[in-house]
Design a binder for this molecule. Sequence first.
Ligand SMILES: NC(=O)c1ccc[n+]([C@@H]2O[C@H](COP(=O)([O-])OP(=O)(O)OC[C@H]3O[C@@H](n4cnc5c(N)ncnc54)[C@H](OP(=O)(O)O)[C@@H]3O)[C@@H](O)[C@H]2O)c1
Length: 325
Amino acid sequence: MSDDQWTSERMPDLSGDTVVVTGANSGLGFAATREFARKGARVVMACRTVDRGEDARAEIEAAVPAASLSVVECDLGDRSSIRAFAEKFRDRHDALDILCNNAGVMAIPYRETADGIERQFGVNHLGHFALTGYLLHSLRQSEGQSRVVTQSSGLHERGELDVERVRRRARRDGDPDDYDRWDAYARSKLANVLFAYELDRRLDATGADVVSAACHPGYAATNLQTRGAEMSGSTVKRWLQTAANRLFAQSADDGALPMLYAATAEDVQGGEYVGPGGFMNMRGAPERQRSSELSYDRALAAELWAASEELTGVTYDLERPASTP
Ligand SMILES: NC(=O)c1ccc[n+]([C@@H]2O[C@H](COP(=O)([O-])OP(=O)(O)OC[C@H]3O[C@@H](n4cnc5c(N)ncnc54)[C@H](OP(=O)(O)O)[C@@H]3O)[C@@H](O)[C@H]2O)c1
């Protein structure tokens, strides 16, 4: 990257700020947590597995001895775990300044969440929808502007979303054989962007000083690509993915930059989409970009919102904290 390109060095001082990062133990979430900590933020690492979170925390503390980190379990595929996370957060912290909805799974074989929802949609979108709803009150307690940043993917561009079909599946009267793991991933990542924009519009309408933006990391070498191959039991796929990561991917540190930029750069507005500006938007320094046409469809976003409230049981009341089912 050239000298005038944005790096995490340019993040503002975050002393006194509280940040939540989901999926903080690995890949982009790990890199972002370390950089937030380096800038003085108190970071709550929301992790599916506490042991993995504690290992990551020790590694970050070795690199940033002054880091202020805590690890709290948050399984985004389990509504009760998300609710418990939010309750612990509210007990321990007065306000939340930055929420990074980052965790995710990609192209895994068909699985369901503890709540009986197709897992990629359930974890990547619905889990974050519920978490954000539960943390909305804390976000509104921030002294200055607070931000919600939702991690999508360039693959959202091939995403299609039939909200009624998602509902049918959740009711288990859909066709269980029509699962395509890449379509399901793209759908969940389109939902991430639709959600980020719709949240921003709803916050804006209430005058809340909370903005919501989306981002994507391009292509970064993390555990994301090998997890799906591992779950399908294919050594060849795993080997090919590892080789592709070595050859083509940027580092997780560089892949985390769009999220860090969206979370902290002064010029970022709500409803924006940030990604790497280099080769095919797969690498390079962060810049504002345009997401797919479909991601700006307000009617679809509103329909998704209603279905997400129904499927999670979390109702956003933008005047008060989200209700707890
Ligand atoms: N890397 C890329 O090239 C790329 C490209 C486009 C988009 N993204 C997006 O970037 C985000 C981060 O992925 P990554 O590349 O950093 O992959 P990663 O290294 O595999 O990290 C994913 C994180 O999500 C967590 N996670 C998975 N299921 C979860 C659940 N049910 N509840 C809570 N946390 C869960 C994982 O926890 P465990 O370690 O416990 O499994 C891990 O901490 C994802 O949303 C992904 O879609 C990445």
